[in-house]
Design a protein around this ligand. Structure first.
Ligand SMILES: *Cc1c(COP(=O)(O)O)cnc(C)c1O
Length: 378
């Protein structure tokens, strides 16, 4: 019987050839030829002045927290329905995540709840573009400007998505992307930071290079390089960048293929008169088909669905355990208001298999299985 995983890492074209080439060129450390190619590609593709590869989105978010100058006690407003790194990056600087509820439609942070969570200690807002679907950025930007807050976009899932024709990850002061094997464009582990605020560009290079001005030295702008700031080693090996570069060259094709799969799910479920909720894409957003999810009425029904699919060797998955009520979230974060939508969605949302190599045959089998579950349930 077919075994359909939730995700499957893939090679699209010249990944191995480029890795071999990087090895032949004799530069395996960070910032070799392929890292520079990726930087240039992403800067042009996103229309962004500065993009730097990192070894993960987690690392990019940690850089964001340093660049935002988060000090102990500073507060960062963010959703709770997200991956741990969104919060952890700031907690590592002594920051306090302040969790705000999400919207029922997009599962993104509710922009109307941000302002009442602001205190004297609020330093930044970190939004998450869930499933590659844009947050309401105009409103959020206005709030940040009005209160002088730094705006960070956790765009881990959102490479290739847009808010009103603006690429996600380029709207706030800083953005973070992931190339983890579960994302659209992959390099196993990998990430990138976008620096859209000119004032933070120079410092971003220093922080990424262990707190040294080594990038300036390589460009011949200083005679010696030395320790000038805090920092860490955030850059990937050029072998990883070589793999990534091949994927980036096919970025549009990869996202289009995913969109076909996404539409197949959506058209199938649309034609079905059942009480399951499908993803909502606002008019202002063009999305990258990072995820196809459905939402059931309650936890029991979701559990039954996952069990049923697993029996047929199909592997849907759920997430997230909300951060605000997790052990570390209770210890390090603050939750000023109730979180009814977050709690409900965490119990009822399930993600269906979605990956570049998902075949038509597997897709048909998958939809047939979903249909038989729904038929017997309704
Ligand atoms: C995947 C993901 C991350 C972490 O990305 P890594 O590259 O694995 O560090 C952070 N935030 C969100 C919203 C993610 O989906």
């Amino acid at each position: 019987m077919n075994n359909i995983p939730f995700n499957k890492p893939f090679i699209i074209d010249k990944e191995l050839q480029y890795i071999q080439d990087a090895i032949n060129k004799g530069i395996l450390r960070g910032d070799g030829l392929y890292t520079q190619r990726c930087h240039k590609f992403l800067e042009e593709k996103l229309g962004c002045k500065k993009v730097l590869l990192t070894h993960s989105c987690t690392a990019a978010l940690e850089m964001c927290a340093i660049l935002a100058d988060i000090k102990p006690g500073d507060e960062i407003i963010m959703p709770s329905f997200t991956f741990v790194s969104t919060a952890n990056a700031f907690v590592l600087r002594g920051g306090i995540p302040v969790f705000v509820d999400i919207k029922e439609d997009t599962k993104n942070i509710n922009e109307d709840l941000i302002e009442k969570a602001i205190t004297k200690k609020t330093k930044a807002v970190c939004v998450v573009h869930y499933a590659g679907v844009a947050c309401e950025m105009d409103k959020i930007k206005d709030i940040c400007n009005k209160h002088n807050l730094i705006l960070i976009e956790d765009a881990a899932q959102a490479l290739g998505s847009f808010y009103k024709d603006k690429p996600l990850g380029t709207i706030g002061d800083l953005g973070a992307f992931s190339f983890h094997e579960t994302k659209n464009i992959i390099s196993g582990e990998g990430g990138a930071i976008t620096i859209n605020n000119d004032k933070l560009i120079e410092r971003s290079e220093i922080i990424r290079e262990k707190g040294t001005n080594r990038s300036k030295f390589f460009r011949g702008e200083v005679d010696k390089y030395t320790w000038v700031d805090i920092g860490s080693s955030f850059l990937p090996s050029d072998m990883v960048s070589a793999f990534l570069y091949s994927q980036l060259e096919h970025m549009d094709e990869i996202n289009e293929k995913r969109l076909k799969i996404w539409n197949k799910y959506d058209n199938f479920l649309k034609s079905y008169d059942v009480s399951i909720e499908r993803p909502f894409i606002p008019d202002y957003c063009k999305h990258n088909a990072h995820m196809y999810y459905i939402v059931f009425e309650n936890l029991r029904k979701r559990t039954d669905f996952i069990d049923y699919m697993k029996q047929k060797n199909i592997n849907p998955v759920f997430h997230y355990i909300p951060l605000h009520s997790s052990p570390a979230g209770l210890k390090y974060g603050r939750t000023p208001y109730e979180m009814p939508i977050t709690d409900k969605i965490a119990d009822t949302l399930v993600r269906l298999p979605m990956f570049y190599e998902l075949s038509d045959d597997d897709m048909n089998f998958l939809l047939k299985t979903v249909r038989s579950f729904l038929n017997q349930y309704n």
